[in-house]
Design a protein around this ligand. Structure first.
Ligand code: PNS
Length: 159
């Protein structure tokens, strides 16, 4: 079975993430969406909340499994016997850091990274921007799944 990882913070999942996950399912038999547990960075949503939103968002994708991980991605991939990562590239600004991580991961264990070019509809989109806009009462409908929109309203208040 061909399996890949789609790792990230997913605080919260956006429609850009969903696009990358859906496209990974067309390339691999199983897609493991791995949510980073980062104890030094408090997010807007807990890891359990992020996983819950991802599970609801990906409910129509039977090939997708949602899990959390701590520590190095390469260690998690090795424990699971997964040899490839799929990530989205939104713009040139993503490229430098993503290339560094891909090269470091490959150097450490041979973990491969495949990049998919983000759908231009979402090339400006990030979880941070969604949170900033939503926290000031801006409209992020159409940029995040409905479940996320609802949770953002609950967490930040509907203004
Ligand atoms: O959604 P993000 O925050 O851009 O995702 C970044 C993520 C989680 C993919 C990256 O930070 C990561 O893989 N972290 C795990 C720790 C690790 O392996 N660091 C070394 C990378 S070379």
């Amino acid at each position: 079975m061909r399996r890949c990882l789609c790792p990230g913070s997913f605080d919260p999942v956006t429609n850009g993430h969903l696009d990358v996950i859906e496209r990974a399912t067309s390339l691999f038999d199983e897609v493991v969406v791995a949510v980073l547990v980062n104890v030094s960075k408090k997010g807007l949503f807990s890891v359990d909340e992020r996983i819950d939103m991802l599970e609801k968002t990906c409910a129509h994708l039977p090939e997708v499994r949602i899990v959390s991980f701590e520590g190095l991605l390469v260690d998690f991939a090795r424990q699971r016997g997964i040899s490839a990562v799929v990530k989205g590239l939104r713009a040139v600004s993503d490229f430098d850091y993503e290339l560094q991580m891909a090269q470091m991961n490959h150097r450490m264990t041979g973990l491969e990274t495949l990049f998919v070019a983000t759908n231009p509809d979402y090339s400006f989109l990030s979880s941070s921007l969604v949170k900033e806009v939503a926290s000031h009462g801006g409209d992020v409908a159409g940029l995040v799944p409905d479940v996320v929109l609802q949770r953002l309203h609950e967490r930040l208040g509907r203004r």
